[in-house]
Design a protein around this ligand. Structure first.
Ligand SMILES: CC(C)(COP(=O)(O)OP(=O)(O)OC[C@H]1O[C@@H](n2cnc3c(N)ncnc32)[C@H](O)[C@@H]1OP(=O)(O)O)[C@@H](O)C(=O)NCCC(=O)NCCS
Length: 73
């Protein structure tokens, strides 16, 4: 089921029609591993931008901070 565009579609749908539609949050943030290229790509396709890269304590890999801002209508 992976590799068919379902992940980005689900992320976008969950963000716009659930999170943004049912609250006053201004943005959604996630932190996929920089090694998980498929996940990072899926977030980008869903409209997220990479806004930073962090190294957490006790992890031997970095994470991208990805963010999707609410679009005011
Ligand atoms: C990450 C994930 C949610 C993305 O959803 P998806 O439906 O696969 O998203 P897409 O179809 O847009 O694929 C994203 C990229 O991964 C690649 N990909 C996905 N599955 C793949 C597979 N089995 N083999 C090779 N490449 C694959 C796609 O080719 C695509 O690459 P591209 O953007 O460079 O063209 C999904 O692949 C997944 O569940 N992966 C395993 C668990 C995981 O990593 N979860 C995320 C934790 S943060």
């Amino acid at each position: 089921m992976t590799g068919r565009g379902l992940g980005p579609a689900a992320i976008r749908e969950f963000g716009t029609n659930y999170i943004f539609a049912n609250g006053d949050l201004g943005a959604i943030v996630a932190d996929p591993s920089v090694r998980n290229l498929n996940s990072v790509s899926a977030f980008k396709k869903a409209g997220f931008n990479i806004v930073g890269t962090v190294q957490l304590v006790d992890e031997d890999f970095e994470r991208h901070v990805v963010r999707l801002d609410r679009i005011e209508e």
